[in-house]
Design a protein around this ligand. Structure first.
Ligand SMILES: [Zn+2]
Length: 280
């Protein structure tokens, strides 16, 4: 990872790639002059021809990294405040990671609720374990500090929704490239019109017919495990969050989702390139 992750350069990170104007191959190139790693074309046309992902996706990616910067500093601020209040209450120093993990425990309990009494006891137990407190009374006191509504990182929701959108944009773009490649521009356009108002699940049920072993197998051949992690992002994090709030998602989960979004750029550029390699 180059430099400070807070000030990420999409190009240096390999998240912004060139698209060859001649063979449409997508590639990362950090030396000059830029040359296509597929057909060898060298030239200035690369700058004007374009980059991958498309501008809509790049806008989202920048927003994700900017928001992450703020979310990270908010998370640090929240934890610092809790650590300070715990020190005030128990005259003990707690490290960031323990408090961060405890906030994660609270969110896990909220996302898997039993009943009020049991959930309250589960939180008390988590406090006891993470903070190594001596008795129930101290745990109750810590509960009022850690469980406060001020400890919610309210930027988490936007980041997760943006990452899910980013992956969707790249997936849909790839899907139409695939259909155009396997059928005709006309058929791809017809299918695009037909699917316009469908969810990703609708698209996925269509794309399967183009692969003997299904799209999941195709995806996993390029990036093992991505398909299931993406399915979980759509079904759990994103859909839950549309109806709920940041209170249901930990900062750790946000980091996982950002990592998946970054992975998706390599994945969909590789999938797109596989169409070109097959064509030649
Ligand atoms: Zn080329």
């Amino acid at each position: 990872m180059s430099g400070d992750q807070n000030d990420i350069s999409l190009y240096e990170e390999g998240l912004l790639k060139h698209v060859c104007p001649r063979c449409h191959f997508i590639f990362k190139h950090s030396t000059y002059p830029v040359a296509c790693t597929n057909c060898g074309l060298v030239g200035s046309g690369f700058v004007t021809f374009g980059f991958y992902p498309n501008i809509e996706a790049v806008d989202i990616l920048y927003s994700v990294f900017e928001l992450r910067k703020h979310a990270k500093s908010k998370q640090n601020e929240i934890i610092k405040k809790i650590v300070f209040k715990l020190k005030e209450a128990f005259n003990r120093d707690y490290d960031f990671s323990k408090v961060d993990a405890l906030l994660g425990d609270f969110i896990d309990i909220m996302n898997d609720p039993k009943n009020l009494e049991e959930d309250s006891q589960r939180r008390i137990n988590a406090i006891k374990v993470r903070l190594n407190l001596e008795n129930e009374e101290q745990s109750e006191q810590a509960y009022s500090i850690v469980g406060s509504g001020d400890n919610i990182n309210r930027l988490n929701k936007s980041i997760v929704i943006l990452c899910a959108s980013l992956i969707e944009i790249m997936f849909k773009e790839y899907m139409f490239k695939l259909i155009e490649h396997r059928t005709t521009k006309f058929t791809a356009q017809k299918l695009a019109d037909m699917l316009k108002h469908h969810t990703v699940e609708g698209y996925l049920s269509q794309i399967d017919v183009f692969f003997e072993k299904g799209f999941k197998t195709e995806m996993n051949a390029f990036q093992s495990g991505f398909y299931d992690k993406w399915a979980s992002l759509r079904k759990n994090e994103r859909n839950k969050l549309i109806h709920k709030n940041s209170i249901h998602i930990s900062f750790k989960k946000v980091e996982e989702v950002i990592a998946l979004a970054k992975e998706s750029i390599d994945l969909f550029s590789n999938l797109s390139n596989s169409l070109i390699s097959n064509a030649q």
